[in-house]
Design a binder for this molecule. Structure first.
Ligand code: SF4
Length: 443
């Protein structure tokens, strides 16, 4: 099994540095959370010296109430201050893979409160023990890549592929999918993967002479094919799912190159993407390299950027690169903006200069690095409200995360499986997660 020790972000809250998180409009909050948002918005400023005493008034009573049974978790891509706040209250910050294992590895934690996006909370719920509850501070916090790969979009296409290729097709589901797609991978004998082990999982599938249907990120899929040295003419990507809106047909017209290309393909990619990681361009790489920076990017970036970069890898890989860089090193990092901001603070403490790959001080480049806006829908009022409502026993069901829930991130409404369906879905999704762990850990 992989190591699960979580790293500290190592970031320290500076009492007089304002919280860098844009206030959400009041009408974006669920009705139960509005009182907390009103109080927060009425605070005179966003300095931790102002925000923390207010937050303490809700977090500390909840911690006293739940004791050791409470666990707070957040993702590295959260706005820096939520990362710091969660750590300040004894919580943990990790990437999606490590987050997924937290409930399973800590059976003593019964109430797990997540400040990140829904698929991450759901992955925790899939692996959780029956007496553990998982809550998300804002149900509208979704991953845009996952939002373009809902089960009602992907399953009809998967059915057509299975009809055409039968047992020769295996589904590999990136961690950034809902549980229902992880279960699809399990049903086809496939596995989940992360950005750090995608090459191992796809290699394992190809070694069985299987055709791989890789969901949802076309860029990670293509970069994985490149890393494995596959012939990219045998990698076919479906069109942007926004064009089909759930009605993609596996036919001559819809498949680039037609059915002959599909039959030849070793990998078939769902056409989703991350809006945050696809802003990077080759000219960004050239710009920073000419100025002496080493360029490192996340593999959700486009192929032409990954090919030019000095290195590519997962969130953990990038964080380790920052932490292990020698004094005087200069790194341009192509990934989510809040992560780079946190990394820059860490780098400064150690004499390492970090810039965001798309933050170029020249208007000719017309692009700036952005953070994951949907993940940042988890803000201090959501954390305060979630913990206070849980303590009072009146937390809204919309914030409870059960395996198999499919959320509409615009409304926050959940489509929930019945108990029998959920049990079947969990069994299939766990099989795909456990297969990933077995493949990753195999000697
Ligand atoms: S950064 Fe991109 S892939 Fe990651 S959670 Fe946000 S939208 Fe999804």
């Amino acid at each position: 099994m992989p190591p699960t020790a979580l790293k500290s972000s190592g970031i320290v809250l500076q009492p007089e540095l304002p919280i860098c998180q844009t206030d959400l409009p009041l009408d974006w909050y669920q009705s139960e959370f509005k009182p907390y948002a009103e109080e927060y918005l009425a605070l005179p400023d966003r300095k931790p010296s102002t925000v923390l005493p207010w937050l303490d008034g809700y977090v500390k009573p909840a911690q006293a109430h739940f004791g050791d049974a409470l666990m707070l978790v957040a993702h590295f891509y959260m706005g820096g201050e939520i990362v710091k706040l969660v750590e300040r209250y004894g919580g943990s910050v990790a990437d999606s893979y490590q987050l997924a294992l937290q409930a399973q590895r800590h059976p003593e934690k019964k109430v797990i409160v997540e400040s990140a996006v829904h698929f991450m909370a759901e992955a925790i719920a899939i692996l959780a023990h029956a007496d553990q509850q998982v809550w998300i501070t804002n149900p509208k916090a979704g991953c845009t890549m996952e939002m373009l790969a809902k089960d009602w979009m992907v399953l009809p296409v998967a059915d057509q592929l299975i009809e055409r290729y039968g047992d020769d097709l295996v589904v590999v589901a990136y961690m950034n999918t809902g549980g229902r797609l992880k279960a699809l991978a399990g049903r086809t004998g496939g596995a989940v993967c992360t950005s750090s082990n995608a090459h191992k999982v796809v290699k394992w599938a190809l070694a069985q002479q299987k055709k791989v249907f890789f969901v949802p990120d076309q860029h990670l899929g293509r970069n994985t094919a490149r890393k494995l040295g596959l012939d990219l003419s045998r990698v076919v990507a479906f069109p942007d799912p926004q064009l089909g809106r759930g009605a993609l047909r596996v036919d001559e017209k819809c498949v680039p190159g037609g059915l002959a290309a599909l039959d030849r393909a070793q990998m078939i990619l769902w056409g989703s993407f991350c809006g945050v990681h696809t802003v990077f361009k080759p000219e960004h790489v050239h710009y920073w390299r000419e100025r002496g920076y080493q360029v490192l990017v996340h593999p959700e970036s486009k192929l032409e950027v990954v090919e030019l970069a000095d290195g590519e890898g997962s969130t953990n890989f990038l964080w380790d690169a920052v932490m292990n860089a020698p004094r005087g090193a200069k790194l341009a990092i192509g990934t989510e903006g809040h992560f780079v901001r946190n990394a820059r603070e860490q780098g400064k403490l150690r004499g390492v200069e970090i810039v965001h790959l798309a933050d170029i001080p020249d208007p000719a480049y017309q692009s700036i690095g952005c953070g994951c806006a949907t993940m940042s829908r988890n803000d201090p009022p959501h954390l305060a409200g979630m913990l206070d409502l849980l303590r009072k026993g009146v937390a809204p069901d919309a914030n409870r995360v059960l395996a198999g829930d499919m959320v509409d991130e615009t409304t926050g409404v959940r489509d929930r499986l019945d108990e029998r369906e959920r049990a079947g879905m969990i069994a299939d999704a766990r099989a795909s997660l456990e297969r990933m762990i077995a493949i990753t850990e195999a000697k």
